[in-house]
Design a protein around this ligand. Structure first.
Ligand code: FAD
Ligand code: NAI
Length: 475
């Protein structure tokens, strides 16, 4: 007799592990299966986010930012340093320790919430009397069954045709997070989120970084006023960004990688680098899940097809996170995971895609929620815009970090906030106020009338709201 569960979650990333915890909180007998292995072959739940994504990238961004500050801005504060050096092995060791803490934290949360954890791969076997039978293949092989199945199998990096990842010279996000010494010349294909974050890490540590982007526009999905400001800052820092290129081929030699491409003018060009990061997007992952066994429908992109409620074409089979449509973000995966567990319990949760914030953790940070100015123009919607530069913010001046601005867009008639876009210090934290405001359908005037602590960066959000009505106080 196989072990039977009310809910079986396949995948222990942010979508899956959070869904399992919420299901258990709601009283369901819940299992979570995850196959990720740590260096010793042990369980490492947390998925891409914890192991090779959000967490390790932010650890390296933090380390490299300290290094950059020590080398460039400490002197302005009167702090002198001699013989500044970077111990890459130690930096990577710290990053690995942060990852391990998070893996262990999830295992602890499973225990605390009485979620049964299986370390191995989960695959559909068949539809059975007690729901769906799932084959678990790990250290031991066993079959379990679940009345409800939540699929949260995530995504994998997309490779360039003819340039497979070897994680030595041609790197995905995985290899990019464990380069053993600072490469002299680093190439990055794709100036999206990973390209800019990882490019920034290695540039700060001393690499000569060239980013090759296929599209003619820099960060096309970002409000273009914000993107322009960010582009200016990155270029000033020494990141070389070439837009509108067409990659022809990538050749990996003994000690270098050569990228042959046509530049924006169509001229044949070659870039030789020691390491190449390919960050051109990610693809939904259903490898090993055996969807055919039960007739689970995938869409043309290979994502699991779901409706607005994360229901698949099969009764009581749900899917969340990177493996379904929508932005590939950890917090979006988590929200969907919680919502599905609550739907199984008969509740009526709602995930509002319009208020999912985006953050790019470069310096300056870029964060936004809601619509961009170019989207509003394309829709023909009448809007008012207000901006406030950090240059005029007392806290930013005291910090010595005055790049960027807060920009608020509001409906011309109702004053409802339609989008907030930030480039500058701690944009990742500042955006939370905008998300709350938009969830509560606040107007720009609501934010303008709220008391914000002084001196704080958040006063810039208030001032941007005042600017919507053309009445900033400090600019
Ligand atoms: P995943 O995290 O990919 O987890 C899926 C899990 O399922 C994995 O552990 C996998 O091993 C397991 N699995 C797959 N198939 C099976 C199977 N058949 N059986 C058992 N287990 C299986 N997002 C942010 O919001 N903020 C960030 O700062 C951020 N930074 C990122 C940085 C990088 C370098 C990368 C690559 C991504 C980043 N992301 C970030 C995106 C974020 O990591 C993903 O959106 C998020 O991890 C998706 O969660 P998920 O649960 O859907 O899938
Ligand atoms: P991305 O979609 O952010 O960027 C990919 C870039 O590569 C785009 O600008 C695209 O135009 C370009 N591109 C695609 N094909 C190309 C080609 N052949 N030649 C040149 N350029 C090409 O994807 P990325 O950076 O790989 O990240 C994947 C996803 O992971 C992100 O979209 C995001 O969802 C998530 N992520 C989130 C982070 C965060 O929230 N801070 C950090 C890192 C990743």
């Amino acid at each position: 007799m196989s072990q039977q569960f009310d809910v079986v979650v396949i995948g222990g990333g942010p979508g899956g592990y959070v869904a399992a915890i919420r299901a258990a909180q709601l009283g369901f007998n819940t299992a979570c299966i995850d196959e990720w292995k740590n260096a010793l072959g042990g369980p490492a739940p947390g998925g891409t986010c914890t192991n090779v994504g959000c967490i390790p990238s932010k650890a390296l961004l933090q380390s490299s930012e300290h290094f950059e500050h020590a080398g460039h801005s400490f002197a302005d504060h009167g702090i002198g340093l001699k013989d500044l050096s970077i111990d890459v092995a130690k930096m990577l060791g710290r990053k690995d320790a942060v990852v391990k803490q998070n893996n262990e934290g999830i295992l602890y949360l499973f225990k605390k919430n009485k979620v049964t954890f299986f370390h191995g791969r989960g695959a559909f076997l068949k539809t059975g009397d007690a729901g769906y039978e799932i084959q678990v293949t790990g250290t031991a092989a066993e079959v379990i069954s679940g009345k409800h199945i939540i699929l949260a199998t995530g995504s994998t990096p997309r490779s360039l045709p003819g340039a497979d990842f070897d994680e030595d010279k041609i790197l995905s996000n995985d290899g990019a997070l464990r380069i053993g010494s600072v490469p002299k010349r680093l190439g990055v294909i794709g100036s999206g989120v990973i390209g800019l974050e990882m490019g920034s890490v290695w540039r700060r540590l001393g690499s000569d970084v060239t980013v090759l982007e296929g599209l003619p526009t820099f960060l096309g999905a970002v409000d273009q006023q914000i993107a322009k400001e960010a582009h200016k800052a990155f270029t000033k820092q020494g990141l070389k960004i070439e837009l509108g290129v067409k990659i022809d081929k990538v050749t990996s030699g003994k000690s270098a990688v050569t990228v042959s491409y046509a530049n924006a003018k169509g001229e044949a060009t070659k870039l030789e680098v020691d390491k190449l990061i390919v960050s051109i997007g990610r693809v939904p992952n259903t490898i090993g899940l055996n969807p055919e066994a039960v007739g689970l429908k995938l869409d043309e992109r290979g994502a699991i097809a779901v409706d607005n409620h994360c229901c698949t074409n099969l009764p009581n089979v749900w899917a969340v996170g990177d493996v379904v449509r929508g932005p590939m973000l950890a917090h979006k995966a988590e929200e969907e995971g919680v919502a599905v567990a609550e739907r199984i319990a008969g509740q009526h949760p709602h995930v509002n895609f319009n208020t999912v914030p985006w953050v790019i953790y470069t310096a300056p940070e870029i964060a936004w929620v809601g619509q961009t100015e170019q989207q509003l123009k394309a829709e023909g919607r009448e809007y008012k815009a207000g901006t406030f530069p950090f240059l005029a913010n007392g806290r930013a001046r005291a910090m010595g970090d005055t790049t960027g601005m807060v920009k608020m867009l509001a409906d011309a008639k109702t004053d409802e906030i339609l989008g907030v876009h930030i480039v500058g210090p701690f944009a990742s934290e500042l955006i939370a106020e905008a998300v709350v405001a938009m969830e509560f359908k606040a107007s720009a005037e609501d934010i303008a009338r709220i008391c914000h602590a002084h001196p704080s960066l958040s006063e810039s959000t208030k001032e941007a709201a005042l600017a919507v009505d053309k009445r900033t106080l400090n600019f």
